[in-house]
Design a protein around this ligand. Structure first.
Ligand code: FES
Ligand code: FES
Length: 173
């Protein structure tokens, strides 16, 4: 049996009519063509299907679309663009934190949720946050390095963005 569902994905609203037993992972890939969300174990064990729902990491293979109506869903396609990638995407490329790439979108989104909550996490906090995301290629070290690099760059950029405001405040005195 099919049911109507309205999903907000990557800041766009979609009205769909889908089988009730289809998971969010299947809807993202098969109905919306968002193939960046990877189809791994389908058992909640690998993290390859991770998306953000209202900013929190969720496993799309264990999520039903009706549960997330009215919520903000972010997939890797919504993180950045080719001309303006997210700093995490840039750092993953620069640090060689990608080999086959199957785990990468889940790693990126889980890392984004971490940095949004905690801009400069410790190595232990990064490891803990990514403990549900499995990579069978990289050995993890380069992934942790990439998250640290992105975190530092984002904090440096935030400080630089605040600097003119501080100067402006001084000059108005
Ligand atoms: S495909 Fe969802 S956790 Fe593996
Ligand atoms: S890069 Fe291949 S599984 Fe992580």
């Amino acid at each position: 049996m099919k049911t109507p569902v309205k999903l907000n994905v990557n800041r766009q609203s979609h009205e769909l009519f889908i089988p009730e037993n289809k998971t969010l992972l299947e809807v993202l890939r098969e109905d919306l063509g968002l193939m960046g969300t990877k189809h791994g174990c389908e058992l909640g064990e690998c993290g390859a299907c991770t998306v953000l729902i209202n900013g929190e990491p969720h496993l799309a293979c264990l999520t039903m679309p009706l549960e997330v109506e009215g919520k903000e869903i972010l997939t890797v396609e919504g993180m950045g663009t080719l001309s303006k990638p997210h700093p995490l995407q840039t750092a993953f490329v620069e640090m060689g934190a990608i080999q086959c790439g199957y785990c990468t979108s889940g790693m990126l989104l889980t890392s984004k949720a971490l940095l949004d909550q905690k801009p400069l996490p410790s190595r232990a906090e990064i490891k803990d946050a990514l403990s549900g995301n499995i990579c069978r290629c990289t050995g993890f070290r380069k992934i942790y390095d990439a998250v640290e690099l992105a975190a530092k760059r984002m904090c440096d950029q935030a400080s630089a963005d605040r600097a003119p405001t501080l100067k402006g405040g001084t000059s108005n005195e």
